[in-house]
Design a protein around this ligand. Structure first.
Ligand code: 6PG
Length: 247
């Protein structure tokens, strides 16, 4: 990985402000060029601080929020108000506190179940991105699990052919506690101008080392499958996650 694409911050608050500032710039540039800005939100807990910092920016400044379309990288097969829902986290930290209209928020309907929900989201993406040349997304935000999974692309399942052919797939054998999920595939996640990995905490230092070294590549380390086709991959880490890196 090009060292210029790894950004390490003193703590997570500084990281959150830096990432939200980058998102603001990318959104402004996209709006200035006269198009919608497609932002894919990550699940998990890591992005919560970024979402709060971004909400602050949207509340304070005219950033072209009305041109942003919100998508999700993955979802658990639970109702949207369930505590495990990625949508619920995004609503509570960002979407509920900014003037965005519901028709610009494209949540994954996890309550339909993995197979039906994946089919439903696939057709949503087809409809909304039909007129858009690749890359479909301006920004994809991703976390990474300590096993190297990202979105809901897990080491075992990511070898399946459908992950190569489709944009959205069902996951019916994810690790507990939420076994059923729906996820965008590397094919979809790589169709982005920018992919930002957000990595915080000492428990992520080993997986960050693997991610940065690039030594672990392939389906057994799904985060390594994320290589934007035409875009740029950047990693934003706090010091505690980056403690094991040699500079
Ligand atoms: C999910 C996420 C998943 C997450 C990682 C890291 O739905 O769980 O999409 O890929 O980003 O598991 O999770 P934390 O940010 O909570 O450590």
């Amino acid at each position: 990985m090009n060292p210029a694409d790894l950004h390490v911050f003193a703590d997570e608050q500084v990281l959150d402000r830096a990432v939200s500032g980058r998102l603001e710039t990318i959104i402004r540039d996209g709006v200035a060029s006269g198009r919608d800005v497609n932002l894919v939100l990550s699940g998990g807990r890591t992005p919560a601080g970024v979402y709060r910092a971004l909400a602050e920016i949207f509340r304070r400044k005219e950033t072209g929020l009305d041109r942003v379309r919100f998508f999700f990288g993955d979802e658990r097969c639970v109702p949207p108000d369930h505590e495990a829902s990625n949508y619920r986290l995004a609503v509570s930290t960002l979407l509920n506190s900014v003037p965005v209209s519901m028709d610009r928020i494209h949540r994954i309907h996890g309550e339909l179940g993995a197979v039906e929900g994946a089919r439903d989201y696939e057709s949503t993406l087809k409809e909304l991105l039909r007129a858009r040349e690749e890359p479909w997304f301006d920004i994809v935000l991703l976390g990474v699990g300590s096993d190297g999974h990202t979105a809901s692309i897990f080491p075992v399942q990511s070898t399946r052919t459908e992950y190569l052919l489709r944009r959205v797939v069902p996951v019916t054998d994810a690790p507990p506690p939420v076994l059923e999920r729906i996820t965008l595939t590397p094919r979809a996640l790589n169709s982005a101008r920018f992919v930002f990995f957000l990595v915080k905490g000492p428990e992520k230092s080993a997986v960050l080392r693997q991610l940065v070294s690039g030594r672990d590549r392939g389906p057994h380390f799904p985060a390594s499958l994320i290589r934007p086709t035409e875009g740029r991959l950047e990693i934003f880490a706090d010091k505690s996650a980056a403690s094991g890196l040699e500079f």
